[in-house]
Design a protein around this ligand. Sequence first.
Ligand code: TMP
Length: 203
Amino acid sequence: MAMPGSYIAFEGVEGCGKSTHVKRLAAHLDALITREPGGTTIGTTLREIMANTDNTHLSPRAEALLMAADRAQHLHELVVPTLESGRHVVSDRSVYSSLAYQGYGRQLGIAQLRQFNDFAIDARWPDLVVYLRVDLEAVRQRLEKRDTDRFEREDDEFFRRVMQGFEDLAAAEPNRWLVIDATPPKDELELIIRRAVTERLGL
Ligand code: TMP
């Protein structure tokens, strides 16, 4: 049997540059590139429900469960089989986004979220989380540039709580998290991330 691949997740708030660096790191590692929510066909349908601005009445608990359902399908259909085939997976967001956004942002707390998300992913947490740290100004600049979906219509307080969530989660598991200042120019940041990830995982 092949050596299992590593499961690498990128985390951060809107505007941190995740999608660019997910692509660049995945290309370097010849990894599968994927995302949550929406990494599978079923997940794409769930993402549409959650992003739809008509659904302003979606309850925080329903949102948390839809995210977990997306994730359960994602791990089952794509992430775990890919890792088992020996290939690395680089995912734009993971279970930790639920702890930060639903737990801290929506103020549901993280204890129950941890439990039912652990069920959703059958205890397969990311091996490494690359947290791209930016300030609130970056979030605002990003959201000014485009039509916002339901996720992006939150106020500064919401994003502050989410950012605090990521900080707390990273501090609680320093061996699993890499905290990276995302302010350097793209090409420089790409190399910083590549070096840090390959060193941490011994790749
Ligand atoms: P994206 O902009 O990175 O594609 O993510 C979509 C939105 O979904 C973003 O606002 C973060 C949010 N989200 C959660 O609230 N909980 C989750 O578990 C995940 C994966 C994403």
